[in-house]
Structure formats: structure tokens, C-alpha cells
Design a protein around this ligand. Structure first.
Ligand SMILES: C[S@@+](CC[C@H](N)C(=O)[O-])C[C@H]1O[C@@H](n2cnc3c(N)ncnc32)[C@H](O)[C@@H]1O
Length: 392
């Protein structure tokens, strides 16, 4: 008799891993380079729609988050989101060995998207694949539409390059250091193979302030990851303005912007309406600028990307419900912050999930005017200051 393979629903898979406090197997950390730092790579193929990893960390109110002292580096691990008309933050600044916190940004063609899942009356942030992910591919999601420093560095030609499958073809003449050069100098070449040999390390031994040094100094085992960059036809005729036309061959439409990221929360419809009124959308991110403690202007805002894969009500589950009834789309947007004061939105973390008793939420515009959001602006490590907190 043929056994029927049971397919675990992505949301159930997410719930299982949330409850087990373990990362899903099939992913590994790898040091990429000094610029990007570490990243997370698939060691098993991932189906489109599948649960990938939870962005684990400490759930705190946005107010608590603002009150804490973070170094610039630590603040890149803060992920702010809305739930029950309030603003919350997953503080993943501690090097706890989990992988979700190490996933890098891909603005143009991410393979994952973040969703909010409620388990035991507590929100969790989980990444789901938006397309099939091959072994060796880096796991990435879109941090939003802010002017992230690393995006400025991207060569223009790269906009028409699509990252594809892992390849085991001849890569002997390439190394990681010529990766960009390959892309920019050989735009007509159909395929470039790049090999990088890096070290897997023990997460627990990392310190946020010297993470790259530690990663390279304490290799535990070696691995090879090969990336294949395949260009679509003739790059030489491409420029940033026509990149969309080129990339439409990929399922890029998945990320077509259609609204605000913080809309469609069943518990926050009204707030979102107000937010939309006050904050006209820009692609991916509603950007707001603010002055920081040190007087610099920071771009802040709320990213936005639609996610047809998760338009189904499977994306959210509330374990507290008897019937595990599903909630509407809860795609969330990471928001980085170099913090300042925010409007009061502190509430006990385990306050009832009954939306009807929720206070009206602080308008996002007010919130946004106070802090940069991870999805839209992430401070970089270049001016790392000594931590005054007990965090990472
Ligand atoms: C949440 S951390 C991700 C893990 C980080 N790469 C690490 O090694 O700890 C975010 C930081 O990673 C780096 N990063 C993320 N996406 C990147 C990208 N596409 N290019 C370059 N650096 C990136 C930036 O320094 C950013 O502040």
C-alpha cells in the first residue's frame, strides 16, 4: 500500500519550531565577507511557501526598546512591528546562536518574507520562502526601501543580475574577492561562478562587537558554497531604469507593492487606515526622516511588500484559539532603530489578545517620526560604540 506523504502546512511547521525553541534544520550560518558579515544559507532545498526560520529574540514593547541602550551594531538586530494596535520589538541583539537574526537584506529579489504568527497569545516573527530556494542559496528578505548603506554600494549592473541555483561547475579560477568585478566587468557573460570558502563557527562564542574577527579566527569546520550569478541576456543595454523589465522573468511580482506593510492586521485596521492617510506609501517603505541623538538625519519608515503567497489566511495562527482559527495576513516589516523616545505604547506583554479591549494604537506616523525602522534604515557597524547595555 502506498503511503501518502503528509505535507506539513507552513504555519504548522512554524508553530512547531516556535514551540520547540529550535531552528529548523536545513540552514547554516556562513561568513560571507567583511562587508556583509555572516549570512544564512540553505543546506536543503526549500519549497516556495515553506516556513524557513523564526526571527527569535526577546519580545519587548517598543517603549522598552526605546529605553534600552544599544550600540549601533546591536540596533541592527531590533525588529519592530505592530500587534494589537501597539508597537513591539523583537530584540535579537544577543548572540544566542539562532539563525533568523543573521539573515541579510535583499531589496530586489528576496527569497523570503517575514510574517507574524501568534502562538500562545504571543507574536512571533517568522520567515517564509516566497520562491523555491536551492541548496547553497543565501536566505534573504527585504529590509525595506530605505537608503541602506550597502545598497548604495551595489554596482548598477547588478540590478539586472539574478541569483540562481547552486552550481558545481568549474570555479577554480574565481574567488570571492572578484565577485563584484565579475558582475561589472563581464556583463555580457551568461554565467559567472563564484566560490567562497568560509568557516562555520560556534555562535555562542560570538560577541556582537567583534563578530567578524571571531568568525574568522575560530573556524570549526570548513564548507564551500558556490553561488552562480546568471545574467539575463545583454546587460550592457540595461540600466537601473529598465531593470524591472528584465527581472520580470523571475517571480519578482511577488514583491509588487500594493499597500502598507502594517495593514491587514485584523487587530489594527483602523490604525492602519489612519497611518495610510498620514503616510503616503513609497515603494516598500514609508520613509520618515528624523534627527538622531547625535544630530544626524536618519531615514525611518515602514517597509511594505505584498505577499500573494501569504494572502491566504494560513499565514497566521493563534494557538490560544480553541480551533486555532487563523487570522488574516500578518506580514510584518522589520524596523531598525537607533532609538529615541517614542509615544507611550507600553503594555504588559501578555495582556489579553482580545482586540476589543485594545486601546487605540499610537499612529505609526508618530512612531515613525521618532525612530528609524529596521526595514528602512539600518545603522551600520562603521561607528560601533562601546555597549553600555547588558545586551550583546
Ligand atoms: C541583522 S544583521 C544580519 C546579520 C549580519 N550579516 C551579521 O553578520 O551579523 C544586519 C547587518 O548585516 C549587514 N547586511 C545585511 N544585509 C546586507 C547586504 N545585503 N549587504 C551588505 N550588508 C548587509 C549589515 O551590516 C546589517 O547591519
Amino acid at each position: 500500500m502506498l503511503k501518502r506523504k503528509t505535507r506539513i502546512r507552513p504555519v504548522d511547521d512554524a508553530r512547531t519550531h516556535i514551540l520547540s525553541l529550535r531552528d529548523k534544520p536545513g540552514f547554516m550560518e556562513r561568513f560571507i565577507d567583511n562587508n556583509k558579515g555572516r549570512g544564512v544559507f540553505a543546506t536543503q532545498p526549500v519549497e516556495a511557501g515553506a516556513f524557513v526560520l523564526e526571527y527569535r529574540g526577546e519580545l519587548i514593547s517598543a517603549e522598552e526598546c526605546r529605553a534600552r541602550d544599544y550600540t549601533e551594531l546591536q540596533s541592527t538586530f531590533l525588529f519592530e512591528f505592530e500587534w494589537q494596535k501597539r508597537h513591539w520589538c523583537i530584540d535579537a541583539s544577543k548572540e544566542d546562536g539562532t539563525l533568523g537574526r543573521l539573515i541579510n537584506d535583499n531589496h530586489k529579489s528576496p527569497n523570503c518574507t517575514m510574517k507574524k504568527i501568534i502562538v500562545n497569545d504571543t507574536p512571533h516573527l517568522c520567515l517564509f520562502a516566497v520562491k523555491k530556494i536551492e541548496i547553497g542559496s543565501e536566505i534573504e528578505y527585504n529590509y525595506g526601501d530605505s537608503q541602506w548603506p550597502w545598497r548604495k554600494k551595489e554596482p548598477k549592473q547588478q540590478t539586472s543580475v539574478i541569483e540562481t541555483k547552486t552550481s558545481l561547475t568549474d570555479h577554480s579560477s574565481h574567488d570571492a574577492s572578484n565577485k563584484d568585478a565579475v558582475v561589472t566587468q563581464e556583463p555580457k557573460q551568461q554565467t559567472s561562478i563564484i566560490e567562497t570558502k568560509t568557516s562555520l563557527t560556534d555562535h555562542s562564542s560570538h560577541d556582537a562587537s567583534n563578530k567578524y574577527a571571531v568568525v574568522t579566527q575560530e573556524p570549526k569546520q570548513q564548507t564551500s558554497v558556490i553561488e552562480t550569478k546568471t545574467s539575463l541576456t545583454d546587460h550592457s543595454s540595461h540600466d537601473a531604469s529598465n531593470k524591472d523589465a528584465v527581472v520580470t522573468q523571475e517571480p519578482k511580482q511577488v514583491f509588487t507593492i500594493k499597500g502598507f506593510s502594517l495593514v491587514n492586521y485584523t487587530e489594527s485596521d483602523e490604525t492602519d487606515e489612519e497611518y495610510i492617510k498620514d503616510n503616503p506609501p513609497s515603494p516598500h517603505c514609508d520613509v520618515v526622516r528624523k534627527k538622531t541623538r547625535n544630530g544626524n538625519i536618519q531615514v525611518i519608515g515602514v517597509a511594505d511588500f505584498s505577499d500573494p503567497l501569504f494572502d491566504s489566511n494560513e499565514s497566521i495562527v493563534d494557538e490560544t484559539d480553541e480551533d486555532s482559527s487563523l487570522q488574516s495576513d500578518n506580514e510584518v516589516v522589520p524596523k531598525n532603530l537607533l532609538m529615541d523616545r517614542v509615544p507611550n505604547c507600553s503594555v504588559p506583554l501578555n495582556e489579553s489578545s482580545d482586540d476589543s479591549i485594545d486601546e487605540p494604537s499610537t499612529p505609526m506616523s508618530g512612531m515613525a517620526s521618532q525612530r528609524p525602522r529596521r526595514n528602512c534604515h539600518r545603522p551600520i557597524q562603521r561607528s560601533l560604540v562601546e555597549s553600555r547595555s547588558t545586551g550583546a
